[in-house]
Structures are given as C-alpha cells and as structure tokens.
Design a protein around this ligand. Structure first.
Ligand SMILES: *Cc1c(COP(=O)(O)O)cnc(C)c1O
Length: 358
C-alpha cells in the first residue's frame, strides 16, 4: 500500500538516547531540557529570532489570535486546512473569505482591500503547500489599514523567501510538526513572532503564569512535552536527507507529468521551497475521480487536499462563495511523497495518471 505520506522515523537508538536525558532529569514536560534544546536548535536551523515549541500546530493559531487581542472580522483564505478557519471561529471572531490566486493558490492579495470593513482586525493567510503569499503586498495593506498579520505556515519548515525565513514575515507565523508534516515531533508545532510579541505569546502558551504563584493574565496549556521534543531532536539532523530524497521524487513527477491537461504548483519567484507536497490540479472533478479510483485499484492513496473549500464549512457564512477556491479544491489531488518512495512506484503513479487524464 502506498499512502500520500509516510512519517520519517529516525533510528530508534537516536530517539532513545535523547529520551534518556528525560529519564535523568525525571521531567516529562514543563519546558525541560529537551524542549529548550529543540527551541534553540530550531532557532539556528530556521534563522529566526525566536521559537516557542507547542503541542500541535493549531494552538499557536488560536494563541496568536487571542494574544494579539483580535476581535470582529479576520480576512482569511478558503484554501487551507480546516484549522485555519476553525481557530478564527473558536476564538470568537468571524472569518471573511477572500478568493485565491489561480496559480499560486494563496489568498489573492488584490481582492483583500475590498473585503476590509470597520470590523476587520487582521489577515490570517496560509502559505499554501509551502508557497508564500505575496507577503509584501499584504504588509502594505495591513500597514495602511492597521491590521495584524498572522501566517499559517504549517507547511513551511525550512522555506525561505528572498533569502529570509518565511517565518519572519507578518506579526506571527505558526508551524505544524504533526507526523504527516515535513519535520515532525509526532504531534507538535511552533510559533514564531516579531520580538515585541514574544513575552505575551510565551505567557499565553503557559497558562499565563508569572512564576509559580502569580499570573500575567489569561493563558492556556500549549506546552510541548519532553518526548515530543526528543522526537524533534532525533529527526532534525536528517532534514537535508529528507529534503534531498523528496526533491528527487518531485522532479521525477514533474518530468513525467508534463501535460497540458494537468496544472502543477507554480512557485512564487524568490522562494527556496521544501518539497513538502505534490499537488496536481486536474481539468475537472470527474477527471480527478477517475484518476483517484485508478490509483486506488493499485492500492495507491492520493489525498484530496485541500478539500472542501473552507467557505463551505457548516459554521461559516455562505453568502459570498469563493469560485476559484471551489473549483481548485474540487480538482486537486496531492500525490504520494515521502523519503523512501521507490522510483518504480513514482513511475507507476505517473503512468496511471497519464493514462486517465483524457
Ligand atoms: C496541519 C495543518 C494545521 C494544523 O496543524 P496540527 O499540528 O495538525 O494541529 C494547520 N494549518 C495547516 C495549513 C495545516 O496543514
């Protein structure tokens, strides 16, 4: 069976050697030595001013919204994972969807200003499949209208834009270290922010504690645990190997799928990408279903990601549907992509797709 992804597992001995440190300290959580070491290493690896390790990639979104004091409407993208929208609603704000760019698949920055109202407090956009939003345009709009900017950068581990970590753009960026993501800690995630926000973000992820007996304010528990950090420390040394292997698969797909009937991801100029996903956009949903069924007959499970378009969720307003996002989410399939995916299997997938697209 070939799944859309397969978690990279480091040598078990590496993991156990790291866990031994947790046994020695007797600490399983509360920001022990392993979490601190992981944060330090990630700061260096990603070249960012700060990293707060968290227990998943959803809580950093919620904490960013809460800690920035956002209220009212938040402009967002309908083409993302459900956590982008659910975090907004969970924090008592209203998502206002702006349609996406047909090739980059990120929020269409030219349509943002028309969606701004006196109630708008922020823009929360996703760097889709590691492809950055137009961060410069978004920054200008945000400055002009005094809006905060949060980037859901769940896919962006290691991505740089114009030579700089993509996590350094916007007020806050979040990442996911879920087992299906490029870099992982089983479950896990992180928040990176402009230095002025660090203390408030940190406090919010640790119950608002100000020492053991006092509180700065409201907080929640989003702390990463020591076993999670051990997994991260064990995986981190393999990142260049992981990306090199994925690059090989990606290039083989791209060479084999050069057909006019298929739209491939167009990366923005200036991006150093991380080979995190291989989305393929078919002419229509019928072709997608035909390809998906043909792959499944061979026990190959591609995934409809992102589907459905988030402006169709049962708990959001449906009055202004985002047509492009509807069309693309109905036609997009992410192909299997992981470190030890065989060359023969990649060729087999290419052959099945090419035989089913017309
Ligand atoms: C995976 C993902 C998340 C959520 O991360 P978790 O670690 O699973 O909580 C949020 N946004 C996007 C775009 C994702 O792909």
């Amino acid at each position: 069976m070939i799944n859309v992804t397969k978690t990279f597992l480091p040598p078990q001995n590496d993991y156990q050697a790291l866990l031994k440190k947790a046994w020695e300290t007797g600490w399983m959580t509360n920001r022990g030595v392993l979490v601190q070491e992981l944060e330090q290493k990630l700061k260096e690896h990603l070249q960012v001013p700060n990293v707060i390790a968290m227990t998943n990639g959803t809580l950093p979104l919620q904490i960013a919204i809460k800690a920035l004091g956002l209220k009212g409407e938040i402009i967002t993208t309908p083409f993302s994972y459900v956590a982008t929208t659910s975090s907004i609603v969970w924090e008592g704000c209203t998502p206002v969807f702006v349609d996406i760019h047909p090739e980059y698949l990120t929020i269409d920055e030219t349509k943002i200003e028309a969606a701004i109202t006196p109630e708008t407090s922020a823009i929360l956009a996703t760097h889709v499949f590691g492809n950055p939003c137009d961060v410069e345009a978004i920054e200008m709009i945000a400055k002009k209208h005094q809006l905060k900017v949060i980037y859901d950068a769940a896919h962006c581990f290691g991505v740089t834009y114009k030579g700089q970590s993509i996590f350094t753009y916007g007020d806050v960026s979040t990442c996911s270290f879920h087992a299906t993501k490029l870099f992982h800690t089983g479950e896990g995630g992180a928040l990176v922010c402009q230095p002025e926000y660090y203390n408030t973000m940190y406090d919010h992820h640790n119950f608002g504690h100000d020492g053991p007996e006092a509180f700065h304010g409201l907080g929640i528990n989003a702390k990463m645990s020591e076993p999670q950090a051990a997994m991260g420390l064990a995986v981190l040394p393999y990142m260049s190997h992981i990306c090199a292997r994925r690059k090989f698969v990606v290039e083989r797909y791209s060479n084999g799928l050069g057909s006019e009937d298929i739209q491939l991801l167009k990366l923005r100029d200036g991006v150093e990408w991380n080979y995190c996903y291989y989305p393929v956009i078919f002419k229509n949903e019928a072709v997608l279903m035909k390809v998906k069924t043909a792959l499944e007959k061979e026990a190959i499970f591609a995934r409809r990601y992102f589907y459905p378009s988030l402006d169709t969720l049962p708990y959001v307003d449906h009055s202004e549907p985002c047509q492009l996002s509807h069309k693309i989410s109905a036609c997009v399939l992410c192909l299997p992509l992981y470190v030890d995916l065989d060359r023969q299997d990649v060729d087999r997938i290419i052959k099945i797709i090419n035989a089913n697209i017309c």
